[in-house]
Design a protein around this ligand. Structure first.
Ligand code: SN0
Length: 324
């Protein structure tokens, strides 16, 4: 595997889920793969889970990891071509990327959408330069349009909890109903998490519904044919998994169109679900995205979901090491 951006990069999902279960059961069984190998994790933006779970996954595989916080402890990097570098950025990506590539075997990159230009963001301008100039396999650790390590961990979590629900005889459905719901937030957030979640759920064996206020339609390249239900209560009916997330508008790019707190996930909406599990990628703003009551309930699985970030990252790194 040379890159991990989209669901297609992981191939067959059943196979990937089986591999995830093996990695989870015996995390240290592939330490030989990472011996004398190094991953460099580059962060243009803040992180808690991605940084720690990626490092833990690398350690489980016997691999060294180096973390670089651009803007914090390195030179600020220029990302646009053809500019006169007379500002505050002493180094260009064009040199920095091949240098980073020469020090490692795999690269992970976090670079959020900047909302300065839709073309720059949706062209994945930064990530593509890493692919082009590093010569190394590249993992998106949430880039401008996607967060595949999160979506893979979400799929693993849904698979686990659905199997549990089926085995406990708590459902007679063939497939789980999974609902992605927009929820309010004070700031303009990227579409990367909902884009990837939609892309992965469209590829998975689930009934997938998206609900959001008008104007929050995602890029159809990611949302595909998933039904959009503008009535949140209707969307929640009979759901098995509620996946909450805020995002800013894609069509009115980067704009906040609503802060309507009636979209905050609370026991009012959860009451019409089929005793649904609550999910969120974290960090989550309590009582904006979700009420304390819902996130603190036994049906909230945000912590096991975050724990599975190690598993998804490890499967991806393992496959990359195997193909070196
Ligand atoms: C990021 C996002 O894409 O929405 C990362 C999620 C994994 N979230 C934030 O930036 C939240 C920041 C905030 O102010 O709550």
């Amino acid at each position: 595997m040379r890159k991990f951006f989209n669901v297609q990069d992981i191939g067959d999902l059943d196979k990937a889920l089986k591999e995830a279960a093996e990695v989870k059961a015996t995390p240290f069984a592939w330490q030989h793969l990472g011996k004398n190998r190094t991953i460099i994790l580059i962060f243009f933006n803040s992180s808690l889970r991605t940084r720690l779970s990626s490092q833990k996954a690398a350690m489980n595989l016997g691999m060294n990891s180096i973390v670089l916080n651009v803007n914090g402890d390195s030179w600020k990097l220029e990302t646009e071509m053809g500019v006169v570098m007379d500002g505050d950025k002493p180094e260009h990506l064009r040199e920095a990327i091949p240098v980073i590539g020469s020090y490692c075997d795999i690269i992970g990159v976090r670079s959020f959408a900047r909302f300065e230009s839709k073309e720059f963001d949706y062209g994945e301008t930064i990530l593509r330069q890493f692919v082009e100039y590093s010569g190394k396999p590249v993992i998106s650790l949430e880039s401008a349009t996607v967060h595949p390590c999160q979506a893979f961990a979400d799929l693993i979590t849904i698979d686990e909890y659905w199997k549990k629900k089926v085995s406990e005889g708590k459902t007679s459905k063939k497939r789980p109903k999974v609902v992605l719901t927009w929820a309010p937030h004070p700031n303009a957030l990227p579409q990367a998490v909902p884009n990837s979640f939609a892309q992965w759920m469209n590829a998975a064996d689930v009934d997938f519904v998206i609900t959001h206020p008008h104007g929050y339609e995602l890029d159809p390249a990611f949302s595909g044919n998933a039904p959009i239900e503008y009535d949140q209560m209707k969307a929640f009916e009979g759901a098995d998994f509620i996946y909450a997330k805020n995002w800013s508008s894609y069509t009115e790019y980067g704009k906040i169109l609503s802060k309507d707190r009636s979209w905050t996930v609370s026991s009012r909406q959860m009451a019409v679900t089929d005793d649904a599990f609550f999910m969120h990628c974290l960090p989550v703003r309590r009582n904006m995205i979700v009420s304390d009551e819902v996130i603190d309930a036994p049906t909230s699985i945000v912590i096991p979901e975050a724990a599975n970030r190690v598993v998804s990252a490890q499967v991806v790194m393992k496959r990359m090491l195997e193909s070196l």
